[in-house]
Write a protein that binds this ligand. Sequence first.
Ligand code: HCA
Ligand code: CU
Length: 452
Amino acid sequence: MNHFTAYTPRPLEIIDSTLREGQQTSLLHDHQRYFFSREDKEEILRALILYGVKFVELFSPAVSARERADWAALRAVRDALITQKGYTFLLAHVRCHPHDVAAAIAAGADGLNVYIGTSAESRTFNHGHDLAGIVLRARALLEDVRRSHPQVVLRFSGEDAFRTSPADLFRVYDEIAPLVHRLGLPDTVGVATPASVAARVTALRTRYPVLELEGHFHNDRGLALVNALEAVKNGVRFCNTTVCGVGERSGITSLTSLLFNLHADRDYDRLEGYQLRGSYPINVLVADKLRMLVPSTEPVSLTNRTHTAGVHQSAVLRGAASYEAHPLDNFGVSESGILLGPLSGWNIIHYFLKEIRYFQLDEDTARQIARVFKERVYGIQPDESPEELLTAIAEREFGLVHAQLPPAASPIVQRLDSPLPGQVRRIASAKPPAERANVAAVLQAFDSQSNG
Ligand code: HCA
Ligand code: CU
């Protein structure tokens, strides 16, 4: 059976490249890890499939023996989820080279993401072929795959397409278009702007009206997200992302930030089939593998529901909508964080001591404690947390005692909560409790809800 011809693409098809572009992140080197382990990859692939991604890009098996061996393991993960989630296409990212293509086909790739540089910079410094040479090699290779492996899904990309003139890109794509399912449009070095993306996409759509387009945007200018949004709104159906946007240099478009923004723009058709509640868990999963928190610049993050200014904190306690404009709980960020510090007002201190620490106290005492805390917190020691300081002041200097309350779940959870007795104290950079949740289980739960 040919899975691809039997598959009707949705309005937006994410081609997630966390396991290819994402593995090129320098963040892995920061911890002397250099690559994802097989278990990491299996977990990430599983999470992506449960999240609703249907196209996953992997390294060419020609990269190393380990990558080649991992292909079989990842196919097994995919196969185990077919009954539950349908078919997921595993695409190999391959150079325009018969050796890479043969290795990918032998590894059981469903599709080939073939690329070769078309800009003057790539031609000069990368492979040394002129445009005619590129066309010759690419045509021969793609014709051969078409003939010998007609079930393989083919994409061709002129690497560095945004520094390739339209005339040069058309010169190559005109010859390749009849042989492939998709043409790629990678902004390899992050020079594109929303205006240049709109112009390029429109030009390609006009010239190749029956072909699908694929976008890939690097974040060197901080425009990876807005460029991807512009591309999909101009008719690019296939878009490359990675979880948390990790990738070469400053990375590419983040998976969840793209979907989150489409949701904010009420572009619900393009969200068909994605389990948005799994967004934060999947960010946590990958961030955890990179030994970091979900970046504060990531829209789907606990940071976006964490409040420090006193004015914000007291307003959020009365109504979260005051400083939380987006329905982040629909994206799995199901708690708010309140950080205590010198900007905290008496009311949040009252709330923290009463509702989170279950002390018996009145508002007047809370005001007095707040005055002491706000002065003392400036002299806080590196091994002490603001919560510990506040609790110590409340207990030792004001003699507060605990109310005998049942441990009811609170809607607001202290992000930097201090440890239970006997636990090692967490430092500020350690994972908040929500970020250490069993992510696979969470994704699975969302998934079964959505199926039931
Ligand atoms: C690379 C370059 C690439 C390829 C993208 C693509 C880019 O790391 O090999 O194949 O569409 O940014 O151009 O990631
Ligand atoms: Cu890239």
